[in-house]
Design a protein around this ligand. Structure first.
Ligand code: ADP
Ligand code: ZN
Ligand code: ZN
Length: 763
């Protein structure tokens, strides 16, 4: 008799390996990859996911520990997703257990069941009456619990379809709301005021059920071509770049492609940037398709995330709409993947341990699932455009604005030769006057929130610094605070210089000050501001949008936040106050970011019938990249920028990986990377990995280590070491051999470090 197989399990540990266990004889159903297991690990038990089965292990079978418990009757990851996760762990050189953990909602990592049966609690009618009478009077915890249950709002937004919402609260939701509610619950049950309800799993929608489709506009010629091109690939992999100016109807193309996939009984995965997942966008999808949708984003509570995940997992949700981590969502019968605003940097996870690009993984997922992937943008990333040039992706273009609006006219204002008052030049002021007089609305863009970036003492030259960062504190005047935008430090705004006692002065402009200046320049004209300081609560954004849409507000001042996702049909003028940060940064991607921002913000103008005008204030009107952007548009800019990248052999003409670390002292941060570099040089010299395989260190350039551009942040000192190679495979093999060595360097204990493959910023 052959022994039962060995299961190889990914566990949430920083170790770069799988762990072998004995499939217990008590369980006679075969364990398949993708299933969660509870297994002994040292003195503890951990929940892991089976990656593969093996006939034997390096250890003798008898020495393997048996699996303690199997949590799932069916795997939580299908083979494609599991393979994608394995690929990601390998490509980003990150421990598989942590990669798996990043792909699962927290509740599932903790062992909650995948099906939708759940423990729920609701107030009984007697309980509601008692609550209305003001009872229980002397038991505050019980009263609190009853209050929570009495105020269940059935339309409250969760990740799940509101219509499918069960009554009461799930135990997990109560866990998040109230501490030790179970004692209170017991007392309330005894009085007959509270009852547990068990909900049945939600039935999966039959894929034969045709989605009822709401009407959308008839696609124009270009849209039709785009839709047909993508749909011809339904059923096989194809990479498509949908390059369409803002307002050209890209979303309309997505909707039609998704519709076609749904009609074939397939589901759709739609990824949007963090800031692009607006209620308007969700609304557009909901109105178009009568199928359940799962919406996954970072603001969900753990429980809401679990619910949304289950909607997808059960196959009920046919459209999954989400931000970055939704690329791992369990989609049944996946038919198409769409990545909207594919150039957006929020698709790259660039903090924490597992740093991945959801855009790039979406392409890999599509490849493995054999479905088309659409990368849509008005300003595709240079990497993406290069992939079009090399034929890896097909490009479909939308050149015209869908609603027949003319493209906006771009012009520069030379800040060196114009009078400037508080950051706004006279030509810009005149243009604003002109557009307001003609009944238009105006958008003023400045990528800096707060009142002023600097607080200065004109007597002694003191500048308010952050104690914990290499940065100045930003003045927030209305709040009367000084804040650090890098670490969050927050203190009272001083009136006098702490050094010499002289009065201090705000220098430079942030959105708050621009708002003030505009109010002085245009009295009686309602001006609203949109940035992270004003958009604190959910609903504030909608309120600002409503005031713009109704025409009540005439001027909108904002940061990056205004560049995405919103239509302002009556905005006829856009003023970009400062275009210069992008051209003089140490980051080779800065000009690309700037060009994308300018084009995106310009796209907010003239989306209605009236043509728009865009004015860009700059001190460098002759900068060649700005020039090509103005005269030849984003495509011309991209051509010129790609040429520069090729000459400097930056991505996409080379591959980068960054090892970043931070430590208590600058010396410690540099010491680790210096040792790391030495280890890399040794590896290059003997050309032999720990696995014995040949690795070629030639063609791997080591750059650094060097302190980060802002070396001190939140009290820690940051540094980085870059690796560059023209050959992705070679870089990859090199990293594979090198990383284990880093983990055993003596200086590793004094730092926190992480590897970033394909980093999106170099600082
Ligand atoms: P994008 O996603 O490229 O910014 P949208 O899909 O949001 O563009 O379209 C911009 C506006 O034009 C929307 O109000 C949309 O309803 C409208 N629109 C899109 N396609 C058409 C079309 N074929 N005919 C008329 N209006 C359209
Ligand atoms: Zn002073
Ligand atoms: Zn700080």
């Amino acid at each position: 008799m052959s022994s039962p197989p060995v299961v190889r399990v990914a566990l949430p540990t920083p170790l770069r390996r799988l762990f072998d266990y004995r499939a217990g004889p008590a369980d006679d159903r075969a364990i398949v990859p993708g299933t969660r297991l509870r297994v002994p690990f040292g003195q503890r038990y951990l929940i892991g996911v089976v990656m593969e089965l093996a006939a034997s292990s390096e250890l003798p079978y008898e020495r393997l520990k048996p699996v303690l418990e199997r949590l799932d009757p069916q795997p939580v990851f299908d083979p494609t997703t599991l393979a994608l996760l394995g690929w990601a762990a390998d490509y980003y050189q990150h421990p598989i257990g942590e990669v798996i953990a990043a792909a699962l909602p927290k509740a599932l990592r903790l062992g909650v069941a995948v099906d939708s049966t759940e423990e729920r609690w609701a107030a009984t009618p007697a309980g509601l009456e008692a609550y209305a009478r003001g009872e229980p009077r002397r038991a505050p915890r019980q009263r609190q619990l009853l209050a929570a249950l009495a105020q269940v709002d059935p339309s409250s937004s969760t990740g799940r379809d509101a219509s499918a919402r069960a009554p009461g609260f799930a135990a997990a939701e109560l866990d998040e709301k109230l501490r030790s509610w179970r004692d209170a619950a017991r007392a309330l049950i005894a009085r007959g005021w509270l009852a547990a309800i068990e909900t049945a799993p939600l039935a999966a929608a039959s894929s034969a059920e045709l989605p009822v489709v709401g009407a959308g506009p008839e696609p124009n010629e270009e849209q039709r071509l785009a839709i047909e091109t993508v749909c011809a690939s339904l059923g096989t992999f194809g990479g498509f770049v949908l390059h369409g100016v803002t307002g050209s109807g890209k979303t309309e193309v997505y909707l039609r492609v998704v519709e076609r996939a749904l009609r074939l009984g397939r589901s759709a995965l739609v990824l949007v940037p963090e800031i692009g997942l607006t209620p308007q966008l969700v609304g557009r999808f909901r109105h178009r398709f009568a199928v359940p949708m799962a919406v996954l984003h970072s603001a969900l509570t753990d429980h809401e995330r679990l619910l949304a995940w289950r909607e997808a997992f059960s196959g009920r949700a046919r459209v999954i709409l989400g931000t970055r981590s939704a690329v791992f969502a369990p989609a049944r019968e996946l038919g198409v993947i769409i990545v909207d605003e594919e150039h957006d940097t929020s698709f790259k996870q660039h903090e924490g341990g597992f740093r991945y690009s959801a855009r790039d993984l979406a392409v890999v997922r599509a490849q493995r699932a054999g479905v088309p992937v659409v990368l849509g943008s008005a300003t595709p990333a240079l990497e993406t455009l290069q992939n079009v040039i090399t034929g890896r992706y097909a490009r479909v273009v939308l050149t015209r604005r869908a609603a027949e609006a003319a493209p906006p006219r771009l012009a520069l204002i030379d800040l060196r030769s114009s009078a400037v008052r508080a950051g706004i030049s006279t030509p810009a002021v005149q243009a604003i006057e002109r557009h307001l007089a003609a009944g238009g609305q105006v958008l003023v863009f400045l990528n800096r929130r707060g009142y002023a970036p600097t607080l200065l003492c004109t007597a002694c030259g003191w500048i308010a610094p952050c104690r914990d960062c290499d940065a100045r504190l930003t003045v927030h005047l209305s709040a009367a605070r000084l804040r650090c935008h890098h670490c969050g430090a927050d203190s009272a705004l001083p009136e006098r210089c702490p050094q010499c006692g002289f009065a201090v002065k705000s220098v430079g402009q942030g959105t708050e000050r621009i708002e003030e200046t505009l109010a002085q320049l245009f009295p009686g004209i309602a001006c609203i501001r949109l940035d992270r300081d004003v958009v604190r609560r959910r609903g504030d954004m909608e309120e600002a949008m409503r005031r713009m849409a109704s025409g009540e507000a005439r001027i909108l001042v904002g940061t990056q936040m205004v560049t995405k996702g919103h239509d302002f049909p009556n905005v006829t003028l856009v003023v970009v106050l400062n275009a210069d940060q992008g051209f003089f940064s140490t980051d080779f991607r800065a000009p690309e970011r700037l060009a994308q921002t300018i084009v995106q913000v310009a796209g907010r103008a003239g989306r209605g019938e009236k043509a728009g005008e865009v004015l860009i204030q700059t001190e460098f009107p002759d900068h060649p990249l700005l020039h090509s952007l103005l005269t030849e548009g984003y495509e011309g800019f991209a051509r010129a920028a790609l040429m520069e990248r090729r000459q400097a052999s930056w991505p996409p003409f080379s591959r980068l990986a960054a090892v970043r670390d931070s430590a208590q002292t600058a010396e410690a941060a540099l010491a680790f990377l210096t040792e790391a570099r030495k280890a890399a040089e040794e590896l290059r010299a003997d050309g032999c990995g720990s696995s014995g395989s040949r690795i070629s260190g030639r063609g791997i350039r080591l750059l650094g280590p060097a302190p980060a551009a802002m070396a001190k942040r939140a009290g820690r000192h940051h540094a980085q070491l870059l690796l560059e190679s023209a050959d992705r495979g070679a870089l990859h093999r090199f990293l594979e051999a090198w990383l284990p060595a880093l983990e055993s360097l003596p200086s590793v204990r004094r730092v926190r470090w992480a590897l970033d493959v394909d980093p999106i910023d170099i600082f």
